[in-house]
Design a protein around this ligand. Structure first.
Ligand SMILES: NC(=O)c1ccc[n+]([C@@H]2O[C@H](COP(=O)([O-])OP(=O)(O)OC[C@H]3O[C@@H](n4cnc5c(N)ncnc54)[C@H](OP(=O)(O)O)[C@@H]3O)[C@@H](O)[C@H]2O)c1
Length: 511
């Protein structure tokens, strides 16, 4: 089968708001450089770094070179020389509309000099409180206006999209007053991960998968997003956000929706996002009693990680020593649909876990046949390990199928074996940041991997009852897990009550 090679994105200017920040340095510039290296940027291309302080283009280029030696080393000097001369700076205060007039003049100048055709990608790498104001100021000076059918003006915004359902709705409303929905690209870098997209390929490009992807064959699903790091330098954000807001409405539900959605009619942005929203809407709303029974919150105390003593959350810099902020969440969700009737989805995420893992476990039901009952092992049906599919999003991206095989020898003895697919064995290691695809897709006008307003709101609707109950009943038992553990014991009990247990990430356990 011949596949079309990707073509370079159309001429455009990427305007990065908050270009002096961490995200720009760590992710955006390296991603743009990778796109350049892969020939996916047009010749007519420029970057405008919007900064708080007056910094010349020359100074900013010097700063990037100094801060990103590895990016510099990875690219040949010609690539950098090409990139460098296309980087400009603009100084403004996000909140002050005056500076936006100057930005507009600079963009016109660049269009004239570099033939970028008035196509602008505004990347808001800024604290979230500025999203609405920047969109309004861009609109006020006419920078959101697309002059003709060929010209585009797009806005990428980073998470978090609001703090709860009301603020998410408010943000969507302000954005819609200034940009049309088709111009808004809400980034969830999880969706940019190759392996998340590979779930779509695995499910929908293989005829053997979909027929058994339902309650007839699947016992339950587990989704784990474990971080080994603590709060790092995000204390002021995290203290107000907590783990639930930070991870669940966006990343975990994005993965869940891709696992659980119905096949879209096409690999088209709206078709895909319709199905994702539909399945999230089918999640059974949690009553206050359900919240108490089906959700678990935790906070890490001091502990040991990789033989190193680490502080508890409350001892971290800029954290309230009495903090009630959760750093771990687990919950059981049920989906009201024909496909998923009676199949629990257990999700968990936390900081200071034993390792950095993102895994999806599809636990199949036991094989119905009791024919091995009379084998030498005298296996009963429930003793025979059930098949398990493990989709590893990180590390060691790949897919494992665990199934039963006969052990060599004269008797009929069974054992679990693993059929494993490692992404890097087939496709080489993936040196990308995860942002390349997202930036490229936005320049091409493909919103498939971005969130639509309704995707965002339904995510907040799902967690709203949890926020309400947890807000009304502050916990008294924090910290309730030690750094380096898999969360509080209540998270294990959540599954044990249903006769199940979490699969240890990074290993293969028998059911
Ligand atoms: N960092 C990451 O790896 C990461 C990962 C995922 C998502 N995100 C999201 O990406 C966004 C950006 O993250 P970040 O860590 O790069 O942000 P950041 O460092 O907190 O802020 C970016 C820049 O905004 C500038 N700024 C603040 N107020 C301003 C104002 N009134 N006018 C003009 N400039 C102003 C700051 O410049 P001054 O310091 O000069 O004031 C700062 O350099 C956030 O929404 C974050 O949640 C970040």
């Amino acid at each position: 089968m011949t596949q079309k090679a990707p073509t370079a994105a159309p001429p455009s200017v990427i305007v990065i708001f908050g270009a002096g920040g961490d995200l720009t340095k760590r992710k955006l510039i390296p991603a743009i450089c990778n796109l350049k290296k892969q020939g996916l940027l047009a010749e007519q291309f420029a970057i405008v770094a919007v900064l708080h302080r007056q910094v010349s283009s020359e100074e900013f280029r010097g700063y990037l070179k100094k801060e990103l030696p590895e990016v510099w080393d990875e690219h040949n000097p010609e690539t950098w020389a090409e990139m460098e001369k296309r980087i400009y700076t603009s100084c403004l205060d996000f909140e002050n509309v005056e500076g936006y007039g100057e930005l507009k003049s600079l963009l016109t100048e660049i269009d004239n000099g570099q033939n970028t055709e008035g196509n602008y990608l505004f990347y808001l790498a800024t604290p979230p409180r500025f999203f609405g104001r920047i969109a309004a100021n861009l609109n006020a000076v006419g920078l959101s206006h697309e002059a003709n059918a060929d010209q585009w003006r797009r806005l990428i915004i980073e998470k978090p999209f609001g703090h709860d359902l009301a603020s998410a709705r408010e943000l969507n409303q302000v954005l819609h007053e200034n940009f049309a929905e088709h111009q808004i690209y809400r980034i969830d870098h999880y969706l940019g991960k190759e392996t998340v997209q590979n779930i779509l390929a695995y499910r929908f490009a293989n005829s053997t998968v979909e027929p058994i992807w339902n309650h007839n064959y699947i016992d339950h699903v587990q989704i784990t997003v474990a971080e080994s790091v603590g709060v790092e330098n995000r204390a002021s954000y995290y203290e107000h956000s907590g783990c639930l807001r930070d991870m669940v409405p966006n990343h975990l539900l994005a993965v869940l929706s891709i696992i659980a959605m119905e096949p879209p009619n096409s690999f088209n942005a709206n078709a895909l996002r319709d199905e994702q929203t539909k399945v999230l809407r089918a999640i059974q709303p949690l009553s206050p009693e359900d919240v108490l029974k089906q959700t678990v919150r935790g906070q890490y105390g001091p502990g040991k990680q990789a033989n190193r003593e680490v502080d508890g959350y409350r001892e971290e810099v800029d954290i309230d020593p009495e903090s009630k902020t959760e750093t771990f969440v687990a919950m059981k969700l049920m989906i009201d649909s024909w496909r998923w009737a009676g199949v629990p989805f257990y999700i968990r995420t936390g900081k200071r876990m034993p390792g950095r893992y993102t895994e999806v476990v599809i636990q199949y039901k036991h094989a119905p046949s009791a024919m091995f009952h009379k084998s030498t092992q005298s296996l009963r049906q429930e003793d025979l390990p059930a098949n398990m599919l493990v989709i590893r999003l990180q590390p060691n991206e790949g897919i494992d199928m665990i199934f039963n095989a006969k052990e060599p020898g004269p008797s009929m003895k069974l054992g679990s074996v693993i059929m494993d697919f490692h992404y890097k064995d087939y496709f080489g290691s993936d040196p990308t940041t995860g942002y390349e695809t997202l930036i490229y897709d936005c320049m091409k006008g493909d919103a498939t991997l971005f969130k639509r307003a309704d995707n965002i709101e339904v995510g907040w609707e799902i967690v709203a009852p949890i926020l309400d109950v947890w807000g009304a009943l502050p916990t008294r038992d924090f910290p309730n897990y030690a750094a380096g553990e898999w969360g509080p014991t209540a998270a294990d009990e959540l599954l044990e009550r249903d006769g199940r247990k979490w699969k240890d990430c990074g290993t293969f356990c028998e059911t």
